[in-house]
Design a protein around this ligand. Structure first.
Ligand SMILES: [Zn+2]
Ligand SMILES: [Zn+2]
Length: 173
């Protein structure tokens, strides 16, 4: 932990959205879950994790896709660059490594959601991996939001919305 690291800057492809991030580390990770694969249009997503109050959007905030009742994904509404992922009830946020001005400032340290990793598109790099479906914290969030419904894409596909947060359906509407 060092508060002396310089801030990182990044933004989207078209340049409309810019951010400054002040993580106290230089570690990133890969997420191989199906929802990140679709959100990024890629075989995996690369993120770094930091506190929400360590991110400052310099122009406008991103557009958010509320991808489930428990999380939202920030992107540029003009050019589509994926920028962030966050649990609504968490104090942390993930930013996409590729949106950094200098992605090489970070190093990958682990793989997440390895049960959906696409084998033919993965070269073993010796980094440790863990499964999404054995992450108890996420399972608890999921059960609180969806009860017994199957975790992941099959339950939420088609149900997401554009918005600042996951607003539960109104009882009266
Ligand atoms: Zn853009
Ligand atoms: Zn993911």
């Amino acid at each position: 932990m060092s508060g002396a690291l310089p801030p990182l800057q990044g933004g989207c492809l078209c340049g409309q959205l810019r951010y400054e991030a002040t993580p106290t580390h230089r570690d990133g990770y890969y997420c191989h879950c199906r929802m990140c694969q679709l959100a990024f249009g890629n075989t995996r997503a690369a993120y770094f994790n930091l506190r929400k109050d360590q991110v400052r959007w310099l122009n406008d905030p991103p557009t958010y896709y509320v991808s489930s009742k428990i999380a939202r994904r920030g992107f540029c509404g003009r050019c589509g660059t994926p920028l962030s992922f966050e649990f609504l009830d968490g104090e942390n946020i993930d930013l996409s490594v590729g949106s950094l001005d200098a992605p090489g400032a970070l190093r990958p340290t682990e793989h997440f959601a390895v049960e959906s990793r696409v084998a033919g598109w993965h070269v073993d790099d010796g980094l440790p991996g863990s499964r999404l479906d054995s992450n108890e914290k996420i399972a608890q969030r999921w059960r609180a939001a969806y009860g017994d419904a199957e975790p992941g894409l099959n339950t939420v596909r088609g149900a997401g919305s554009i918005g600042p947060s996951a607003t539960p359906p109104k009882d009266s509407a």
